[in-house]
Design a protein around this ligand. Structure first.
Ligand SMILES: C[S@@+](CC[C@H](N)C(=O)[O-])C[C@H]1O[C@@H](n2cnc3c(N)ncnc32)[C@H](O)[C@@H]1O
Length: 284
């Protein structure tokens, strides 16, 4: 078993129940950024689109509508449970031009020079070897085709994740080197210079967009839900999970401290914190 098999098991075995429970927050926050990105990415009727790390496939359905019956969208993901939901929702939406396939974005055999767009919302940074996955994306794009990615900027720019992590670290140790993780992690593409180097290494010489996008996102429809969310998901969730017995022991104090830190971000319909992403577009 190599590391990537471990990451894929982590998604399939550990993260699925949590993602299903908090889908409205995770996908909802993704949508805040991805809806803003469509104006920059300019996906057009007739385009052939590949969505790597598509999760539940919400963006595939949106792009299926954008490309219309003359275009097509393939969603690729390594987590079977997400794709079962994606297939069901595609059938309910009656979008015949959208398909899903189970596979590893780094190694999945893709046709050469086929797609107009390779898209990913918060997917690429979880692939074990990002450059390898980007090379696969480069191969499958037509000459002139575009890679469109939405990735998190640093955790400091994302209090929606960083606030709870800081609280967890006041009471618990950071996850060790052998922690079971879902891949390089949400902030693996936060640094512009690194991203440009990775893109270049994968063959993308022509980066046409590198744009910061800031938005407030909802981390819970109530203070209690925001605490549950941060205890189970994201960087603070990983700290609590990896601390095992100690994590369980300290849970009451971590929860109280999170409540105190998040209270000031509570609005009538939930808890809202700042978030920040990069919109990146590169041409083959
Ligand atoms: C943070 S989620 C983003 C999902 C979706 N794009 C969204 O924005 O809601 C990352 C996704 O990448 C998938 N993933 C992780 N490693 C992968 C790999 N090597 N190949 C394909 N998909 C992978 C996970 O199963 C998960 O659905």
């Amino acid at each position: 078993m190599n590391n990537n098999d471990d990451f894929i098991s982590c998604w399939n075995e550990i993260l699925v129940p949590k993602w299903n429970r908090f889908r409205h927050l995770l996908s909802g926050n993704g949508a805040v950024h991805s809806r803003m990105a469509y104006a920059d990415f300019q996906i057009r009727p007739g385009d052939k689109v590949l969505d790597i790390g598509c999760g539940y496939g919400e963006t595939c359905l949106e792009m299926g509508r954008l490309v219309g019956p003359g275009g097509e969208v393939l969603g690729l993901d390594c987590t079977e449970a997400f794709l079962e939901i994606a297939n069901r929702e595609r059938d309910e939406a009656g979008l015949d031009n959208v398909k899903f396939v189970l596979g590893d974005a780094q190694t999945y055999e893709l046709p050469a020079n086929y797609y107009d767009v390779v898209y990913s919302r918060f997917g690429v940074m979880f692939f074990q070897n990002i450059v390898y996955a980007l090379k696969n994306a480069h191969k499958t794009l037509k000459p002139g085709g575009k890679l469109c990615m939405i990735v998190w900027r640093t955790i400091r720019d994302n209090p929606c994740w960083g606030l709870a992590k800081d609280v967890a670290l006041k009471h618990l140790p950071p996850p060790g080197e052998n922690a079971q993780t879902c891949g390089p992690g949400p902030f693996a593409l936060a640094d512009e210079e690194t991203d440009r180097a990775m893109l270049k290494a994968a063959g993308f010489e022509n980066v046409v967009l590198f744009k910061r996008n800031d938005a407030e996102v909802c981390i819970g429809t109530s203070l209690e839900e925001a605490i549950d969310f941060q205890i189970l998901v994201g960087p603070s969730g990983e700290i609590v999970r990896e601390a095992a017995e100690l994590g369980r022991e300290k849970l009451p104090v971590v929860r109280e401290d999170m409540k105190a830190s998040m209270k000031k971000y509570e609005k009538a319909d939930g808890v809202y914190l700042p978030s920040s992403t990069w919109f990146i577009m590169a041409r083959k």
